[in-house]
Design a protein around this ligand. Structure first.
Ligand code: IMP
Length: 420
């Protein structure tokens, strides 16, 4: 059984949670490999509707080992609250493990994220305000605190106090309240105690899973357009949501990843700032947002919505080499008699299907084809041949323009509303 990476091929929020939840039913191990609780993976199943932020979407398979991987940044208090919520809903969480090499997302990271956004003013990035950028910045600057450090209370408290000397100086300089070192350490240590022996070295677990041919899923957060290196910098997240990032962030040798599923929504959405060429405004945008309930799972912000933009997932495919695409929310497009479909951009008088860097993308003009709509519900359709011919043609156009075959199509929020 291959190791499978599930990654976003657009701006994030493509529906990876649903696809992971579906595939996790047969998985042995599910690993979140990057990001933090900026993620909001919506999962609808027999237990109810859940918005997962840190816990891998495999948690609904009681037999799966779910790992918060070494490439993530972890707010232990948020993780504990999420576990409490799941347990209250009757979802067993005994299979959860947290990498002791992951970095702690500390309260000062949240304060600095908000401060930074405020000080950027009109140039703000539109982050989720969860502290993810500053946590990764500290990791790279070698000021981070790794999860295992909570095991030595004295050393941990000293590390917190040392970091707060500079962090508090910054907070105070910009008129924000400084944090108390003791209280901050107490809160994190309390959460760490609640997690207890779930905090482990995950490498032997992953190595063992691969050695016994277990079914491993690598669950990405966000999408290629928000990748730190290949996205719309600086309007990106601070980690790599690509399959390449999965190898490092999960702790799995890249040659073991043989299946890469690129998740794409049948149209486009984005939360946060930055260029978004096919964006809709006004009534058209409101109608699509309402029909599809496009509100951020983490912050509740209304998502920006737009027509399908093939240039973005094509860019993602060039970086990920998708073995297949999973198209989500095709059902949402059932009310249009004609659907604009962006195949290229016009930039400085030239047509291109390459993704330009951010400042150029800001003035790129999307070029559309008009595809015929199907004007009906897709409820109950169980295979691709059962779709109306216009919907089949729409999917074929996605395959042609992105360059990868479609393996799954979502036609509703539930696990069962998926054509395989
Ligand atoms: P950060 O990851 O909170 O630093 O935010 C950086 C950018 O990524 C902002 O545009 C956010 O809106 C966006 N972003 C972060 N997490 C998500 C997510 O789970 N879905 C969609 N957008 C996200």
């Amino acid at each position: 059984m291959p190791v499978t990476a599930i990654v976003g091929a657009q701006w994030g929020d493509e529906g990876k949670g649903k696809i992971t939840d579906l595939l996790a039913q047969d998985a042995d191990v599910v690993i979140r490999f990057q990001g933090g609780n900026n993620a909001g993976h919506t999962v609808v199943n027999q237990h109810g509707t859940f918005k997962l932020h840190l816990v891998p979407s495999g948690v609904f398979n009681p037999n799966a080992l779910c790992i918060v991987g070494p490439g993530t940044v972890v707010d232990l208090q948020v993780l504990c609250a999420e576990l409490d919520g799941l347990e209250k809903a009757g979802v067993p969480t005994g299979g959860l493990r947290v990498s002791d090499r992951a970095h702690l997302l500390m309260p000062w990271h949240i304060a600095l994220d908000r401060l930074d956004e405020r000080e950027r003013g009109r140039q703000k990035l539109g982050t989720t305000g969860r502290g993810v950028g500053p946590a990764y910045a500290d990791k790279v600057a070698r000021h981070g605190i790794q999860v295992y450090e909570v095991r030595d209370e004295k050393r941990f408290r000293e590390h917190v106090a040392r970091e707060l000397e500079t962090k508090n100086a910054i907070l105070e300089r910009f008129g924000d309240k400084p944090l108390d070192a003791r209280e901050t350490a107490d809160d994190v240590l309390r959460a760490a105690a609640r997690l207890g022996d779930r905090i482990v070295d995950t490498l032997p677990l992953v190595e063992d899973a691969v050695a016994r041919d277990a079914r491993v899923l690598l669950e990405g957060q966000l999408g290629a357009m928000r990748d730190l290196d290949w996205g719309i910098y600086p309007y990106v997240t601070s980690s790599n949501p690509l399959a390449g990032g999965a190898a490092v962030g999960a702790g799995i040798p890249p040659r073991y990843i043989t299946r890469v599923i690129g998740v794409v929504k049948a149209y486009s959405t984005a939360v946060g700032e930055g260029p978004f060429p096919t964006e809709l405004h006004g009534e058209l945008a409101n109608a699509l947002r309402e029909t599809a309930q496009e509100y951020g799972a983490t912050t509740g912000r209304p998502r920006r919505v737009g027509w399908f933009d093939a240039v973005a997932p094509r860019h993602a495919h060039r970086l990920n080499a998708f073995t297949e695409l999973a198209v989500t929310k095709l059902d949402i497009l059932g009310t249009y008699d004609e659907i604009p479909f962006c195949t290229s951009y016009e930039l400085d008088g030239r047509l291109t299907t390459d993704m330009p860097p951010t400042a150029l993308l800001e003035r790129a003009v999307p070029r559309y084809e008009k595809l015929a709509g199907w004007l009906c519900s897709l409820d109950g359709v169980s295979d691709r041949r059962g779709l109306p011919k216009e919907a089949r043609a729409y999917l074929t156009r996605i395959e042609q323009t992105v360059g990868a075959p479609i393996g799954m199509v979502g036609i509703g929020p539930e696990r069962t509303a998926t054509i395989l």
